[in-house]
Design a protein around this ligand. Structure first.
Ligand SMILES: Nc1ncnc2c1ncn2[C@@H]1O[C@H](COP(=O)(O)OP(=O)(O)OP(=O)(O)O)[C@@H](O)[C@H]1O
Ligand SMILES: [Mg+2]
Length: 254
């Protein structure tokens, strides 16, 4: 495989990449006020990957939308460099090719189609989608769709990437391949990443820090630093130990 050139488009050294400080977010529903997050905090250093795990409905997607500025907190503060969201549902447009889907964020930002396609094409090539550039999403595998979707967020060119369960729908082998793929993408294009996942093992294998959330209203109940060397394997004893720590913070008995 052709290696992507190493470059740093953003200054990732120095200041805090993003901080969520004591944030509360409530929604008005037909049954009254629903607190999705209450007193949620999270801090990521620039260039770091923070994985967020928590029970279903605890406010993880809401948290990512707050980080990306798509929602505003009712209380508390969110400070982040501009962030691109890879949403939980795959929002590829069925009538567009892989290449046009990958370059969509560039088009939305005003880049002319030809230029946007020229910018996105080498990325498809590098990550094994070169032969599928004209293929529509319905004819791509799940892993390929996820890669197109992730490339679209990446090509938005923001220093922070918010990834909402990017690998959830994939089988174990594809997910494992995608872990390696993501690591290569980030080596070529460093970003501060907030990765929501329901897979605690995946969180420990990939991230520099794992934030464990409580059930709704969500708040951080643990922030576990993962300083283990890479590549990490799910069966490494130190990975297993940290996984068990995260699971016990989640309240899962083993
Ligand atoms: N726009 C909205 N209006 C009303 N309620 C909402 C809205 N968005 C989210 N909620 C509610 O807020 C809570 C948190 O939702 P959110 O989608 O952030 O959780 P989540 O942790 O991402 O869940 P999952 O693990 O299932 O993806 C849920 O109870 C959800 O129903
Ligand atoms: Mg969600």
């Amino acid at each position: 495989m052709v290696q992507a050139p190493v470059k740093e488009p953003f200054d990732l050294h120095g200041a805090v990449g993003l901080s969520v400080e004591n944030v509360t977010r409530r929604f008005q529903t037909r049954r009254g006020v629903l607190a999705a997050l209450e007193g949620m905090s999270l801090h990521a250093r620039a260039g770091e990957m923070v994985a967020v795990v928590g029970p279903s409905g605890c406010g993880k997607s809401t948290l990512l939308e707050l980080i990306c500025g798509l929602q505003r907190p009712d209380c508390g503060r969110v400070d982040s460099e501009p962030a691109a969201l890879m949403p939980q549902r795959d929002l590829l447009l069925p009538w567009l090719s892989a290449l046009d889907n990958a370059s969509l964020a560039l088009r939305v930002a005003g880049t002319p189609r030809r230029q946007a396609r020229a910018q996105a094409a080498p990325w498809l090539e590098r990550f094994g989608l070169g032969d599928f550039r004209d293929t529509r999403p319905a004819h791509l595998s799940g892993g390929m769709r996820q890669r197109v979707s992730l490339l679209r967020s990446l090509l938005a060119g923001k220093p922070v990437l918010a990834l909402d369960e990017p690998f959830a729908a994939l089988d174990a082998i594809t997910r494992h391949e995608m872990h390696g793929w993501l690591a290569r993408v980030l080596a070529a294009e460093p970003r501060t990443v907030v990765l929501v996942t329901h897979d605690v093992e995946e969180a420990i294998v990939l991230a520099d820090q794992v934030v464990v959330m409580s059930p709704r209203p969500g708040r951080a109940v643990a922030a576990i630093d993962v300083t283990l060397p890479r590549p990490r394997h799910a069966t490494d004893p130190s990975v297993v130990e940290l996984r068990d720590r995260a699971l016990s913070a989640l309240g899962v008995e083993r």
